[in-house]
Design a protein around this ligand. Structure first.
Ligand code: GDG
Length: 738
């Protein structure tokens, strides 16, 4: 059976009025093209109008059967908060780096969350585990996480049609973390350009602490791929239209209308991101110095958009006033320079306008892609026009043979208009041809199939991948058969998730219950082994019966709450500390957000609160500096998770473990840890050693689990498995603990 693509976007590709009419956008053609041979295609979205409850069942039946669409019905109140409010008045300007337009009301956020939840419920009601779900755009940023949390086997892709702004802009939004975290629920997140993708990675790192490679963000045991997929146009539809006699006749009519004039055409939705007012400034400058104003006509096709939003109404009024002013100022007996049309034209007219104009003037202040630019290129033939395009449209990356302009520089835009109008035919052809080839080849269908193929082949790193099941079985069997077991468990990043503030990483009740169950097994000797100070471990685990090792093995408390802490490093000299402290202090001074911790047995420079990239770079330099400084000292320099630590070489977790198990005869020695300091345990050569790495990164451990939650689950399940096999009662948390 063919895999089904569930395509989820705010709007369905149909409009429900008295009757249902299908729309013919690029997305529809692209997906139908991709689906034709390999997939079944189904759409989920809002039908574009408030449908009275009495009509809903009937409309839904017709949409599902005749159009392959499942509707998400929304009340007028819901669309106000979700669509006009949060989507278009809050995140649209944010994503376009226009914070002065960002409005925020907490009830919009509630509506946005609720509507995303409604979409999730509809998707989940029809999705099967093997389906591919493709979620589109900024109205549904929370949806991917809602879907994968409810149905982890579902493969979910998210594509953002707008730009993604830099961290400095994005961080201003009150719901910033939820929005990014929602997107990261997807298996793949796609953008039009590399820079949007980079911004997204930077936001994931700086807001949520998720490190990434260029095209992969690892977080909480999942991996989200990020990719660049520049959207294309429905190229075939343009190629076909250009051959139609109706097109040719409309083109002739338009040319005849403005005979003897050169036409400069702009087409867009009436939106402040499209740079209409800035363009009018440039046109005014151009007209002011033009030798023969009557020679040029500017045509604006301005499609009404989001008129329920205050800023859009205000923009329309301002644009119309400015057009009136310019027309008044430069009108002659031959006419006025700008023909402004606030409305939409049909496809044939649109193509005829593109094709008959001498210049396509497309100057958004910022734009995810801008399909109009690509369409303008596709509509040119023998005697092509010139594309003048804003550098800040995503399309500029592909259409680099256009005359590229900075829309904020009115004089430069005026000059570009002049240059375009005077450009000789050879140069016009030489510029358009390579762009046309690219636009026709990398069309919407190409875009959709690259995204779907990547989504289809993406696999999550599953918990079982690295043999966690085998480790669990060995531990469970050893517990059940009453073998002697030693467990050495690191704490931060292994049993407990890391926290930005180390003091906040207190053990939860689930962790306490787990440690309690383990230590109550008569055949298990449990030790928590950490780099933390003894006082901290005493405060958290002082009343527990198991063993504790602090400062990577420099001090130890034997099992039993009444036991005293013992220093194990009495013979070591710490004379090296003065020089090292000086070096670390210099880094503390020159790297905001970092600090030095002076432990009894080691010195640590912490950079968790520094800018992640700057901090990492400084840490690498510090390590090289320390290596040179301490070349002949019996010291170890560790670059751990957001720390650089210098310790005596004789103090390490491996040595501590070896000392504890020295005289004993254990059948199984389990060592688990998450960072470099744990590798000394993994390298031990002792009988019955079983080593588990928690998280990413190189390791000598035999087994791996992705997260502390997965590790706790492994231990709980091993206990439960042992209880099932043996006689003890089943642990209550075993199935659900996380
Ligand atoms: C968003 C992103 C991204 C316009 N006027 C008429 C008309 N149109 C059609 C054009 C084009 C579409 O509307 C506009 O697409 P854009 O890409 O230019 O801009 P947005 O609407 O802002 O789209 C954008 C896009 O999503 C896709 O990812 O490129 O950056 O903002 O197809 O042809 N069509 C007709 N008559 C008109 O008067 N028939």
């Amino acid at each position: 059976m063919a895999t089904t693509i569930l395509n989820v976007s705010n709007r369905l590709p149909v409009t429900v009025g008295e009757k249902i009419t299908k729309s013919s956008g690029g997305l529809v053609a692209a997906l139908e093209g991709v689906a034709a041979d390999h997939y079944a295609l189904h759409w989920i979205g809002w039908p574009g109008a408030e449908i009275p409850p009495a009509r809903r069942e009937h409309v839904e039946r017709e949409l599902v059967h005749d159009y392959g669409c499942t509707p998400v019905f929304l009340s007028r109140e819901e669309t106000r908060g979700f669509y006009e409010g949060f989507s278009n008045s809050s995140i649209w300007p944010l994503l376009h780096s226009m914070p002065s337009y960002v409005r925020y009301e907490s009830r919009w956020w509630d509506a946005y969350r609720d509507v995303n939840r409604k979409f999730a419920d509809v998707v989940l009601s029809i999705a099967k585990p093997d389906d591919l779900v493709w979620v589109h755009d900024y109205q549904l940023m929370l949806l991917p996480r809602m879907l994968t949390e409810a149905m982890p086997s579902l493969r979910v892709g998210f594509f953002l049609h707008t730009p993604f702004p830099s961290y400095d802009i994005f961080r201003r939004h009150p719901c910033r973390s939820e929005l990014v975290s929602g997107m990261l629920g997807a298996d793949i997140v796609g953008f039009h350009t590399y820079s949007y993708m980079q911004h997204f990675r930077s936001v994931a790192l700086r807001l949520l602490g998720y490190e990434s490679e260029i095209t992969r963000i690892n977080h909480e045991g999942r991996s989200t791929l990020t990719g660049v997929y520049p959207i294309g146009i429905n190229a075939q539809r343009f190629a076909d239209e250009l051959k139609r006699p109706e097109f040719a006749s409309r083109r002739r009519e338009f040319a005849a209308n403005d005979q003897g004039k050169q036409i400069v055409l702009s087409v867009e939705r009436m939106d402040y991101t499209k740079g209409i007012l800035h363009r009018l400034d440039a046109i005014e400058l151009f007209l002011n110095s033009a030798a023969d104003r009557d020679r040029v006509k500017f045509i604006f096709i301005s499609v009404p958009s989001r008129e329920g939003v205050e800023d859009y109404k205000a923009l329309r009024e301002e644009v119309e006033a400015r057009v009136g002013h310019i027309n008044g100022r430069f009108a002659t007996l031959a006419g006025s320079p700008i023909r402004f049309y606030h409305g939409s034209v049909n496809f044939t007219d649109l193509c005829a306008l593109y094709s008959s104009s001498h210049v396509g003037l497309i100057t958004p202040l910022t734009d995810g892609m801008n399909l109009v630019a690509k369409e303008y290129v596709a509509a040119q033939s023998d005697d092509p026009g010139v594309l003048v395009l804003s550098e800040f449209a995503g399309a500029a990356e592909e259409l680099f043979n256009a005359v590229l302009v900075n829309p904020y520089d009115a004089q430069a835009v005026a000059d570009a208009i002049e240059q375009a109008l005077k450009m000789p035919a050879d140069e016009r052809r030489a510029r358009i041809e390579p762009m046309r080839r690219r636009v026709m080849r990398h069309d919407a269908r190409y875009w959709a199939s690259s995204f779907i193929n990547d989504l289809q082949s993406h696999r999550q790193p599953t918990e079982e991948k690295d043999g966690a099941a085998e480790a669990r079985r060995i531990i469970a069997e050893a517990i059940a058969s009453e073998k002697r077991i030693a467990l050495f468990l690191d704490y931060d990043g292994t049993l407990r998730e890391l926290e930005r503030d180390p003091d906040a990483a207190r053990p939860s009740s689930a962790i306490r219950a787990l440690l309690d169950s383990l230590s109550r097994r008569p055949n298990v000797d449990l030790t928590i082994i950490s780099g933390r100070r003894a006082e901290q471990m005493q405060a958290w685990f002082g009343d527990c019966p198991f063993g504790l090792i602090a400062e990577h093995g420099a001090s130890e408390r034997r099992p039993g709450p009444a036991q005293q802490w013992e220093q194990l490093d009495r013979n070591l000299s710490y004379a090296w500390k003065d020089d090292v402290l000086k070096a670390l202090r210099a880094y503390e001074d020159s790297t905001p957000g970092t600090f030095v911790e002076n432990k009894r047995t080691s010195l640590v420079w912490h950079y968790r609160r520094a800018d992640p990239e700057f901090g990492k770079w400084k840490a690498d330099t510090l390590v090289s500096e320390l290596m040179a400084l301490l070349a002949n000292e019996p010291l170890v320099i560790r670059h751990g998770k957001k720390i650089v630590e210098v310790t005596a070489a004789d103090v390490n977790k491996g040595a501590a473990v070896r000392r504890i198990i020295g005289g004993e005869n254990y059948d199984l020695v389990v060592c688990a840890g998450d960072d470099q300091t744990d590798e000394s345990m993994f390298r031990l050569d002792v009988p019955g050693l079983l080593t588990i790495k928690v998280g990413e990164g190189n390791t000598q451990a035999r087994y791996r689990v992705p997260t502390p939650a997965a590790f706790r689950k492994l231990l709980n399940e091993a206990l439960a498995g042992a209880s099932d096999a043996g006689s003890s009662t089943r642990h209550p948390d075993a199935a659900t603990a996380h």
